[in-house]
Design a protein around this ligand. Structure first.
Ligand SMILES: Nc1ncnc2c1ncn2[C@@H]1O[C@H](COP(=O)(O)OP(=O)(O)OP(=O)(O)O)[C@@H](O)[C@H]1O
Length: 273
């Protein structure tokens, strides 16, 4: 069985191929359908996600945003009865193919969830746990990655003197930034964020938003959010879903100032959902 990385080496990376606006593409979504048993949760979705940008997924509860997001790094595999058809094309590999190495995939495409979920371990060990599992043993190397990841997640200055204290002693916002640091330590290309700030206070929320804007220089970010202000502040492109259908996908400015579809306008102006 070939890993995502092994298959990548054989092909020209899709990321070198521009989309119609001439921006490099990280993921091409082609006729994607996702089902839970008889429930057709995501229907014939087609669009491309740009590299080094923030793509926001918006829409009312139950419209399929999280299902779509989870399908990108195959988290839906854990749900009995879930199945997908179509394509999520990443570096010329279809991520829904059966022979994808899901462990390798999840290193390249990391995910952060709504509720911070640090391990009940020290701050340091939260970051090194998966690294050690992947065979990195050198203390110097581990120290370097811990510092680099915590700096990237804008947490280093707050925790550098307490790296061996429990992660559970951190505030909710700090725990979420630690979860982002833990994901960054695996050196992903893409970050999937499922409402990463919705369980946090406004100040922590603002820090996460600032962090996302900073991180998009180095990563492709896809974020599910119910917060319209957040979507308009931090994203470059926005995808509006309704009943599993991608109703509209465009530049965020356009979606929020002059949407093409009435359903999009009704949603962003709060008329439903
Ligand atoms: N684990 C699951 N098992 C079965 N059906 C599910 C599961 N998760 C979601 N669904 C169904 O898939 C559809 C889309 O749900 P999903 O959670 O993706 O929507 P969402 O837009 O992310 O909603 P929310 O904003 O409330 O999180 C819904 O009909 C939901 O009931």
């Amino acid at each position: 069985m070939k890993t995502v990385m092994e298959r990548k080496k054989e092909t020209k990376p899709l990321t070198e191929q521009p989309n119609k606006e001439n921006n490099p593409v990280a993921l091409n979504i082609e006729n994607l359908n996702i089902y839970y048993g008889d429930n057709h949760a995501v229907k014939e979705v087609n669009f491309s996600i740009e590299k080094n940008g923030v793509t926001a997924l918006i829409g009312p509860s139950g419209c399929g945003k999280s299902t779509f997001l989870r399908s990108i790094n195959r988290m839906n595999d854990l749900i009995p009865g879930a199945r997908s058809t179509g394509g999520i094309i990443y570096d010329d590999v279809n991520l829904i193919d059966d022979d994808i190495n899901v462990v390798a995939l999840r290193k390249e495409i990391g995910m952060v969830f709504q509720k911070p979920n640090p391990f009940p371990k020290s701050i340091y060990n939260n970051i090194t746990h998966a690294l050690k599992f992947n065979g990195i043993r050198s203390r110097k190397k581990l120290d370097e990655i811990v510092e680099e990841s915590l700096r990237k997640a804008a947490l280093w200055d707050e925790v550098k003197d307490r790296l061996h204290e429990s992660a559970l002693s951190l505030s909710g916002g700090q725990q979420q930034r630690l979860c982002i640091a833990r994901t960054l330590a695996m050196k992903p290309n893409i970050l999937l964020l499922d409402e990463p700030a919705s369980a946090l206070d406004p100040i922590s929320n603002a820090k996460i938003e600032d962090l996302i804007i900073e991180l998009k220089k180095d990563y492709t970010i896809v974020i599910v959010t119910h917060n319209m202000h957040q979507a308009s502040r931090i994203s470059d492109k926005t995808a509006f879903f309704l009943n599993g259908v991608l109703v509209e996908f465009d530049k965020t400015d356009k979606i929020f100032t002059n949407p093409s579809k009435k359903d999009t306008e009704d949603y962003i102006t709060g008329r439903f959902g």
